[in-house]
Design a protein around this ligand. Structure first.
Ligand SMILES: *[C@@H]1O[C@H](CO)[C@@H](O)[C@H](O)[C@H]1NC(C)=O
Ligand SMILES: *[C@@H]1O[C@H](CO)[C@@H](O)[C@H](O)[C@H]1NC(C)=O
Ligand SMILES: *[C@@H]1O[C@H](CO)[C@@H](O)[C@H](O)[C@H]1NC(C)=O
Ligand SMILES: *[C@@H]1O[C@H](CO)[C@@H](O)[C@H](O)[C@H]1NC(C)=O
Ligand SMILES: *[C@@H]1O[C@H](CO)[C@@H](O)[C@H](O)[C@H]1NC(C)=O
Ligand SMILES: *[C@@H]1O[C@H](CO)[C@@H](O)[C@H](O)[C@H]1NC(C)=O
Length: 305
């Protein structure tokens, strides 16, 4: 993921949209418990989902929003490590409602927050830890979330081939011919037309997998006004297309002001009346976002996707 602080313009208020059961939160890290409370106090959000790039829930959200565990990158010993499987199965046995898990974060990216995992290693981990979660607990599996770049498409195709090779070498002992997945998560940083065409390409390429999630997206290099227009168009579109199952917008900037108040985009996302609050840029805001690259879990801000 990348984030460029938008230029600061005053834009027209957004009009509240209808509530969406697809919308969730992409929790980068908590800035303060007070920021968390904006999301967790809100009963309209109970039942929605979030992920935090980790296998365990964020304490403030536990038992409030539905948690989706993620294995961010490859374990050191991919052939034997079972820690992701064990962590998720413990959550389920404790009574946590775990319906979905997510695979690797931007495995095709080797800078700026990507986990830089080879398709072969990721396929090995998939067979070892992910498919057993589905088999043993009925958990639905989200494929690795590649970047929106063409390298992402190549990585994903290679990953399916690597799983097929593992199946072939093991005599095809399982029921799947490649990597078993229930949905494909996508990332997109760009304009609305680009988002729609990217999703159309995934839907067209993987016709055997009927569900897509967008787990990171934002208008890249945009003014505030363009970000609002993008939010208006993309939230409506993602709510409408049938194959879109869940989505989460990336970046605190458009959603919360520095003082932890909802912006208009944040209000639209939560289906609230426009606040008229606009994010005020400052060196510290920009520094926070600049500090994001590569430091998943360490950056100090919240984000709602
Ligand atoms: C959240 O709820 C707590 C407890 O009711 C309250 O003290 C706090 O002010 C609320 N925070 C926000 C941001 O709504
Ligand atoms: C469990 O989570 C799923 C997916 O988020 C949700 O649809 C379902 O309603 C939840 N069940 C309970 C009992 O909360
Ligand atoms: C293959 O499918 C059968 C029948 O649906 C099921 O009982 C079995 O557990 C599956 N095997 C694996 C490895 O998923
Ligand atoms: C789904 O389609 C893709 C692309 O054609 C293929 O690589 C993959 O093996 C298929 N998956 C299953 C489970 O059939
Ligand atoms: C997604 O792909 C399916 C299968 O090819 C197709 O029928 C459907 O029209 C596509 N959906 C969109 C919104 O393009
Ligand atoms: C967002 O959409 C609403 C309803 O279509 C429209 O009234 C409003 O002007 C739009 N705002 C922006 C910034 O595009």
């Amino acid at each position: 993921m990348r984030y460029i602080a938008p230029a600061l313009l005053v834009a027209a208020p957004l009009v509240a949209a209808t509530a969406s059961s697809k919308r969730g939160l992409c929790v980068v890290s908590t800035e303060t418990s007070q920021d968390d409370a904006i999301w967790t106090n809100d009963t309209d959000l109970s039942g929605t989902w979030y992920y935090n790039y980790a296998a365990v829930p964020t304490p403030d959200y536990k038992n409030k929003l539905n948690f989706v565990p993620m294995l961010w990158g490859a374990p050191e010993d991919p052939a034997n490590d079972m820690s992701f499987y064990n962590t998720v199965s413990n959550l389920i046995q404790e009574g946590q409602n775990i319906t979905y898990v997510l695979g690797f974060n931007e495995p095709d990216g080797c800078s700026s927050g990507g986990s830089c995992v080879s398709a072969a290693t990721a396929a090995q981990v998939w067979k070892k830890q992910f498919e057993p979660l589905k088999r043993d607990f009925g958990v639905k599996l989200g494929a690795p979330a590649v970047t929106g770049a063409p390298t992402g498409f190549n990585w994903l195709a290679n990953w399916f081939s690597e799983c097929a090779a593992i199946e072939a070498s093991s005599g095809g002992s399982s029921n799947t011919t490649s990597c078993e997945v229930d949905f494909i998560p996508a990332h997109w940083y760009g304009n609305f037309g680009g988002l729609a065409s990217h999703l159309g390409q995934i839907n067209g390429t993987y016709q055997n997998i009927s569900a897509i999630w967008v787990t990171e997206f934002a208008c890249a290099d945009c003014t505030l006004e363009d970000s609002q227009t993008f939010a208006n168009q993309s939230f409506e579109y993602l709510d409408r297309i049938p194959y879109m199952q869940k989505y989460s917008y990336f970046g605190a900037f458009p959603l919360l002001t520095e003082k932890g108040k909802l912006t208009d985009i944040g209000a639209l996302y939560l289906n609230k009346a426009s606040t008229g609050a606009i994010p005020h840029g400052s060196a510290s805001t920009i520094a926070k976002f600049a500090g994001w690259g590569g430091l998943v879990g360490a950056a100090v801000f919240w984000s709602l996707l």
